[in-house]
Design a protein around this ligand. Structure first.
Ligand SMILES: *Cc1c(COP(=O)(O)O)cnc(C)c1O
Length: 381
């Protein structure tokens, strides 16, 4: 680790756990995303990955749209400066209240996940005397080879519309005077590091488009899911957006004038965030040593929920000697473990620990379980 990367003195004066965000890295990531993109490619930021207002403002200012999954996220995106027309609204359980608000706010598109939802949207649109912009989220039946909690494109799960039901739902969109059919939406999962599933997605979309030669499909939305390197955040701080976009450029056959949308979350924000904790105790067990932190799964749940591993660094120890520790949180759950047999320099009570790559699905998933305070946030400038 670069010894000046973290503002250690600032951390000493703050109560921990806290999220530290490197806004310079976020800006570089956004710049790389933009230069890797192709004409006609449109990226929306998936707000659920991190909805910290500072982060949202910076991303809105870079010109991306926003992909949201609740009215709360729509409001957060609007407050951060995302234009309503560049906001899309997804999710399997949109309530009448949320649909009404989304239509009143003139958001760009509702990504619809069932026939029941399509019916509800058309009814609400009629009441408001407004046409609802809708896209259909299709389940492309692709195994993204990722954790079973974050794979979403397989045949029967709660997300999306089965391919076999698509004809009927397209008819529904086209025959209703209250629905404005905007296109087809896909999302195959998250933390996808092998690009092959995306190439297969392109082929699926190509054959689907051939199946509907006479239907106007203004846009294709291929979702998000691009993964990041959790083991080497320093060596690999910015995901390979070039290869990712290139897959779609080379394999997807868009129709003339057809827009292509992406919804990236993790790959934009994961590497700019670190969870900063202090060591409360180093506990000597029978055959192991435990580093017990003041922050645990309520601050960052990914290890407990997805068996994820984040790189753990002691950023204050000056020791040349390394030891093995289990690094754990203070929460009363056995799953509250950040790492087992982690090699760290000799670690003492009061040392500061950085848990890296925590910018995505970190702060947003924090809870107050055990009546713990939510982590605060601190920025690189
Ligand atoms: C979560 C989600 C995304 C973003 O996924 P990342 O893995 O963070 O890129 C995009 N689209 C939909 C529909 C999602 O549910």
């Amino acid at each position: 680790m670069n010894p000046t990367y973290f503002p250690i003195d600032r951390f000493r004066n703050e109560s921990t756990p806290l999220y530290y965000y490197d806004l310079h890295l976020l800006e570089e990531t956004l710049r790389e995303l933009k230069t890797s993109s192709f004409p006609g490619f449109n990226t929306h930021y998936a707000v659920k990955a991190n909805s910290n207002p500072e982060i949202l403002k910076l991303i809105a200012a870079s010109g991306l749209g926003a992909d949201t999954v609740s009215l709360g996220e729509i409001q957060a995106a609007l407050s951060a400066g995302f234009p309503a027309a560049k906001i899309v609204f997804a999710g399997v359980g949109k309530t009448d209240q949320e649909i009404t608000a989304a239509l009143e706010l003139n958001i760009g598109c509702l990504n619809v996940e069932s026939d029941a939802e399509l019916t509800a949207i058309a009814e609400i649109a009629e009441k408001l005397d407004k046409k609802a912009p809708v896209a259909l989220r299709i389940n492309p039946e692709i195994d993204a080879h990722t954790h079973h909690y974050i794979t979403t494109g397989l045949a029967e799960n709660k997300f999306g519309i089965a391919l076999s039901m698509l004809d009927r739902l397209i008819d529904h969109c086209l025959s209703s005077e209250w629905l404005d059919f905007k296109g087809l939406h896909f999302h195959i999962g998250s933390q996808i590091t092998d690009l092959e599933p995306y190439r297969i997605l392109c082929e699926r979309i190509n054959s689907l488009q051939e199946k509907y030669p006479d239907i106007l499909i203004p846009s294709i939305n291929v979702g998000g899911g691009l993964g990041v390197d959790y083991e080497n955040p320093e060596g690999n701080p910015i995901p390979d957006f070039k290869s990712y976009f290139r897959i779609f450029k080379d394999n997807l056959r868009l129709r003339p004038g057809q827009e292509l949308h992406f919804e990236l979350g993790r790959s934009i924000v994961a590497q700019c965030g670190s969870l900063i904790c202090k060591v409360v105790y180093v506990k000597e067990g029978v055959g192991k040593k435990f580093v017990i932190l003041d922050g645990g799964m309520t601050a960052l749940i990914r290890p407990a929920l997805y068996q994820a591993h984040h790189k753990i660094e002691n950023i204050t120890s000056k020791s040349e000697v390394k030891e093995k520790y289990d690094v754990v949180g203070p929460i009363c759950e056995s799953s509250d473990v950040f790492g087992t047999d982690e090699t760290l320099p000799v670690t003492k009570r009061g040392d500061i620990i950085a848990i890296r790559s925590a910018g995505a699905y970190g702060e947003v998933m924090a809870s107050a379980y055990n009546c713990r305070a939510l982590p605060s946030s601190l920025f690189s400038r």
